[in-house]
Design a protein around this ligand. Sequence first.
Ligand code: ASP
Ligand code: MG
Length: 416
Amino acid sequence: MNNVALIVQKYGGTSVGSIERIRKVAERVAGVRAAGHHIVVVVSAMAGETNRLFKLASDLSDSPHPRETDVLVATGEQVSAALLSIRLQALGHSTVSFLAHQLKLQTDSNHGNARIRSVDAARLTEAVGSGNIAVVAGYQGVDAKGDITTLGRGASDLTAVALAAALKADACEIYTDVEGVFTADPNICPRAHKLKRISYDEMMEMAGLGAKVLQLRSVELARRYNVPLVVRSSFSDVEGTWVGQEDESMEDVLVSGITLDQNQSKITITGVADRPGLAARIFGPIAEAGIIVDMIIQNASADGRTDVTFTVGRDDLRRALELCRMMAPEIDAAGVRHEDHVAKVSIVGLGMRSHAGIAARTFRVLADEGVNIEMIATSEIKISVVVNAKYGELAMRALHDAFLGEGSNAATAESV
Ligand code: ASP
Ligand code: MG
């Protein structure tokens, strides 16, 4: 390559999970530098380290203060950054490591899940401009008081994208332990395959639906600043998946991916009086409790009474049920029922915008498998169905083979 590029690379926890792995990462980084490119490397904590640190805190207190927890858990990334920098120097490269406060990576004070307000790229620009490899601790920030914050689990991706945006980098490469973004989880769908590219919008849906490969907020930020992202493996040289702006040919593919969320519960409030303000009275207290409600269905009312069904994450079921039982008499409800384990299967694809019949085909595939659909929700590029937890994996495989099996995914009039 004759053009010098500025590349931000991010290495996840398994990629820097041992001294041996850090050596390998250093070799990869050194190779890119040797080709003349400017590099900023963002690292996660070594695999398991962040969980270990959280556990230490919870061993000492039932409710450790988030400010102190952030001081603790931010150390994982500091260790990785220093170790990688040390190794690169041992290979003869000049490097500078940076923590968030040194880059003025400013956030709000929402400890544990802070939002980035600004980044000052000057020190990074200066460091790489004078021939250094910059190594940055991911996941952390600093608030207006100068206190250490963290950006949320998995947020080293976000650090990398934020720096790539601030530096107007040519690419942001996310190195992980899988070869890219797959059409489905290969552990569940043996025929899942790697995508060559996917649009920001599809990737956002998939990340929001639980595809673990990229953190959701990092994809949102990449989209906003048009940062070209590539997800690839640090364990091989296989080409990864590009995440970027959509182009026309992307709509020719009906479906890009299928996701499965096995961690949902379903609550039904039965026989409520169908009056204005009903939904507000049910969902107001639930939202105030910080519980995220996903799908909501309200039936047409018969005799002025209706059922309202919705899903919440399994971790929130107990609290959501308590709230519902408390409000049931107030809204004159007949009862509260729940199913503590349901599965949500979703199909994501830009092609849905321009091709009719995908929903109908989805329902046909599930009917042929004898899977009963309990709830349905759609958006412009997504169809989600809730099914009995037992059938989640079966539903995913059947839909994957129907939409993404060989020769099944070309958007022709006949195929929809
Ligand atoms: N170490 C942090 C976590 O485990 C951030 C990251 O890995 O991206 O969530
Ligand atoms: Mg990650």
